[in-house]
Design a protein around this ligand. Structure first.
Ligand SMILES: C[S@@+](CC[C@H](N)C(=O)[O-])C[C@H]1O[C@@H](n2cnc3c(N)ncnc32)[C@H](O)[C@@H]1O
Length: 250
């Protein structure tokens, strides 16, 4: 890793350390209801249907997806750059899950260890997404799956920007939380190829370039509809929730 890249990763880590205590309170990040947890399980069952799988949750953060996958009976390992995000994950007494520091672009595991690599809301924040996808394929068993959940939240439209500003002002007033402080610095944003989120087409391109086969995707409209039942208006205004899941085989 170059010195510049080291510095960028330090900045990225700092940002997530900073938001770690509030992360689960954010709608769309923290799983807010049993109905939402059940919907995630239905989705994972569809995408990775086996039992007792060895699953790597890359950029696991506070472990929300790790928890769902472990509840389904899978053996889960979560890696993240942020010690503080991992501390929150560990504090949920998720005894059967192994959480450890690790870089999504260079996971330190033997080749062919996992049945599935799952990652939610992480691809957009990687300086080298192509490299990351290749490394995820490497740690998979033959026939294993990479599963990416992400979205493009800034389509560059004036309406999107206005709504975001209005929603964030409402969040600041109601929650006394300046959510814009959770953003990356301009220096980091300039390095990230997908600082505004990753489109489905772009993710598909990364996956195919990494040599993943039979790449398929599903829109997450039903899951988002469930999330929105518990979501205050300010969050509905602020953010676009057009998530997808895309998965491919080694
Ligand atoms: C938006 S959060 C997503 C957390 C979790 N996956 C979820 O679905 O709630 C992004 C996470 O990616 C982590 N992250 C960013 N860059 C990373 C990298 N290069 N390697 C590992 N984790 C990284 C951050 O520390 C943060 O916890």
């Amino acid at each position: 890793m170059s010195i510049n890249e080291n510095k960028i990763k330090e900045e990225i880590t700092k940002r997530w350390d900073y938001s770690s205590q509030r992360y689960d309170t954010y709608h769309g990040h923290g799983v807010k209801s049993d109905e939402e947890a059940a919907a995630w399980k239905v989705l994972f069952k569809q995408v990775i249907p086996g039992e007792n799988l060895n699953v790597l949750d890359v950029g696991c953060g506070t472990g929300e997806m790790s928890r769902i996958l472990a509840d389904m009976g899978h053996k889960v390992t979560g890696i993240d750059l942020s010690e503080k995000m991992l501390s929150v994950a560990k504090s949920k007494s998720l005894r059967d899950i192994e959480f450890r520091i690790g870089d999504a672009e260079n996971p330190q595991f033997n080749e062919g260890k996992f049945d599935a690599v799952v990652t939610r809301h992480v691809l957009w924040t990687l300086p080298n997404p192509e490299k990351a996808l290749k490394s995820w394929r490497k740690v998979l068993k033959p026939g294993g799956k990479v599963v990416v959940i992400d979205c493009l939240w800034d389509d560059g439209r004036l309406e999107t920007h206005l709504k975001r500003k209005i929603g964030e002002v409402m969040i600041r007033i109601v929650e006394r939380n300046d959510i814009s402080k959770d953003s990356y610095t301009a220096e980091v944003n300039a390095i990230l190829p997908n600082a505004k989120g990753v489109s489905l087409d772009k993710t598909r391109e990364y996956m195919e370039k990494a040599g993943l086969k039979d790449v398929r995707s599903i829109g997450l409209e039903d899951l988002v509809r469930i999330q929105k039942k518990h979501m205050p208006l300010r969050y509905k205004i602020a953010y676009k929730y057009e998530y997808y899941v895309i998965y491919g085989l080694k």
